[in-house]
Design a protein around this ligand. Structure first.
Ligand SMILES: Nc1nc2c(ncn2[C@@H]2O[C@H](COP(=O)(O)OP(=O)(O)OP(=O)(O)O)[C@@H](O)[C@H]2O)c(=O)[nH]1
Ligand SMILES: [Mg+2]
Length: 212
């Protein structure tokens, strides 16, 4: 128990260090968390597509073992740094510190950090990012917000993705958005589809990236 508290305390200290380092370099970092397969990589790709002409962007890709997501991001023409977490179900501030060491920070404006897909562990480990985006999708059923409240507290934006499949799934994106609003009213919940681009602009706006 004490060991666990020490780990969380040390993580917080390193997250603050990362935050200071990013601020010094004028970089906004966004922690993108969410369930497995909900569309984190697809949404990051869609946002990069909209933003890359006016911002210098890189991505830190957290994955348990593969480089699949990093390769997908690289296809948008931006640098992707792969961080494999091995057995861990989340990124932590120390892994981000090491990833930042490998990046040329003075030539970047924006860093998306794709966390490992799940709705439990990442919530406890701040990374030093200024903003948090949580991605869930209608294909996971109607109770994702109610079952995983910790994940949504502190989220600047929540994407309810795959709205193109809502009817087929019999799941209401509006109800999921209402669940988010009730739990954490400061968060902006947006229905999105990475298949047809619905809602991507709204997520960009909710994260304060419009003017960048
Ligand atoms: N129909 C539909 N499919 C989507 C949408 N967004 C993503 N997908 C598909 O869902 C699958 C998973 O998408 P990813 O973007 O890889 O999801 P992820 O959350 O990054 O997945 P992990 O990193 O493995 O947790 C892919 O086959 C995508 O093409 C969407 O809005 N609609
Ligand atoms: Mg992914």
């Amino acid at each position: 128990m004490e060991l666990e508290l020490d780990i969380l305390k040390e993580n917080k200290r390193l997250a603050l260090e990362n935050e200071r380092r990013l601020t010094t370099n004028g970089i906004l970092a966004i922690d993108v968390m969410g369930s497995v397969g909900s569309g984190k990589t697809s949404l990051i790709k869609a946002m990069i597509h909209e933003l890359k002409s006016r911002s210098r962007i890189a991505v830190i890709e957290g994955d348990v073992t593969t480089t699949i997501d990093a390769d997908l991001i690289a296809s948008e023409g931006v640098a992707a740094v792969q961080v494999n977490t091995g057995k861990e179900c989340h990124l932590d501030a120390n892994l981000i510190r090491k990833a930042l060491d490998r990046m040329s920070l003075n030539s970047l404006d924006l860093i998306f950090i794709e966390n490992v897909g799940n709705l439990i562990c990442p919530a406890e480990f701040p990374l030093g990012s200024k903003k948090r985006l949580v991605v869930i999708s209608v294909t996971e059923g109607p109770y994702m917000v109610l079952k995983h409240p910790m994940m949504f507290l502190g989220a600047d934006a929540v994407a309810i993705n795959k709205v193109d499949l809502a009817d087929a799934m019999g799941v209401s994106p509006t109800k999921l958005m209402a669940d988010v609003a009730k739990l954490y009213p400061k968060s902006v919940a947006v229905g999105t589809s990475c298949r047809n681009g619905v809602g991507v602009e709204k997520v960009i706006e909710a994260l304060g990236l419009k003017a960048r």
